[in-house]
Design a protein around this ligand. Structure first.
Ligand code: SF4
Length: 60
């Protein structure tokens, strides 16, 4: 499973997320009302937001 964000110009570190208490590595996406708890390396329900371990691109 890919643990890093691919080096592509349209992929970057996300905003609007937080860690999930009691679930190490999980993140809570706060972008929409679905508020997915995303496991490491997996995508949210939308298929757009991914919980990647590391980001190799900088924010603009
Ligand atoms: S559906 Fe997508 S945008 Fe909405 S909370 Fe889940 S991952 Fe985030």
């Amino acid at each position: 499973m890919d643990e890093t964000i691919p080096r592509k110009p349209y992929v970057r570190e996300a905003r609007f997320w937080s860690p999930v208490a009691g679930k190490p590595g999980y993140v809570r996406c706060d972008l929409c009302s679905r508020r997915c708890a995303i496991a490491p390396g997996r995508f949210g329900v939308c298929g757009v937001r991914k919980n990647a371990r590391a980001c190799n691109r900088r924010r603009p």
